[in-house]
Design a protein around this ligand. Sequence first.
Ligand code: AQP
Length: 332
Amino acid sequence: MKPRIFSGMQPTGELHIGNYLGALRNWARIQHDYEPIFCIVDQHAITVRQDPKRLRESCEQVAALYLAAGLDPGHSAVFVQSQIAAHVELAWIFTCTVPFGWLGRMTQFKAKLQQAGQKHDAVGTGLFVYPVLMAADILLYQASVVPVGDDQSQHMELTRNIAQRFNSLYGKTFVVPETRLPSVGARIMGLDDPTRKMSKSAGSPNHAVSLLDPPGRVRKVIGRAVTDSEPGVDWSGPGPGVKNLLTIFQAFGDWTDGQMERHFAGMRYGSLKKEVTAMVNAKLEPIQRRYGELMDSRDYLRGVLRDSADRVAPIAEATMRRARKRTGLYGL
Ligand code: AQP
């Protein structure tokens, strides 16, 4: 039997090229080497306020993007987290197992708290316990590999710690999963600020390229990307903005370091931006076309989500039965 992989994304806005290069494309590439389970994590999305109607629509848009980016629904399960109630049930058991201090050390929470001006009353408790739900998502399916972007490394370490802690307290129950990062593109940075990772919720207009951006907007956003005051690409030590553009090109194009150096060393930034724009637009075009077709086939899309949830439900239930028994919960 092939090892199982699990990963997911939040339907919190338009997926961007960071989500694609850091995670989604990797999922599509490796899916056939594994028993793959891919989730749209809407319960994570409500850790910040969402418009209910838009959230439901967003779940189907993300499902369409998963398939448009190459997930094969005949092989990969693609479903929405809230279709399987066991995610939150297991998260509660873990919440009671995890020391408070472990969550307080999560840098993503600290960053969100900082964004809220350090006001604890301005951030929801869900944002604090979010990594526990993420651990439940993964451990529920006994996944051995989790393909994610680099920003999730700390949460993955916590997931491993939670599995180990539960196993040592109650006896071996959970597979301790490995993290799998892509070799290029594990952390795509914001185009307007290459010191911050590209993020769906950043808010500023020239920050990200969305997977659904039309070619003209891609040209505009990449054209305005922050570079530096050098005249052209200094291959031995490009600044963060230039490095980010090179990474985007290399990841999309699957070029080797040698090819990159021969082609880009010394190139002026105007030409670099033109090349990156052409590469990104060429790669997004087929995804956008397929996305449009899928969004016009809602019954098919909903059928994929329903069938996938039916497929994974017995795996989740088997884990829950063991977890309830191990912790002494009465309802089995
Ligand atoms: N900039 C990035 N570069 C590479 N990979 C990235 N990922 C996210 N940003 C980058 C990866 O995409 C997957 C989905 O992430 P998520 O939706 O669970 O939330 P996130 O990591 O918090 O992503 P965003 O875009 O920053 O969303 P918001 O703004 O809603 O928080 C993960 O595998 C992640 O590593």
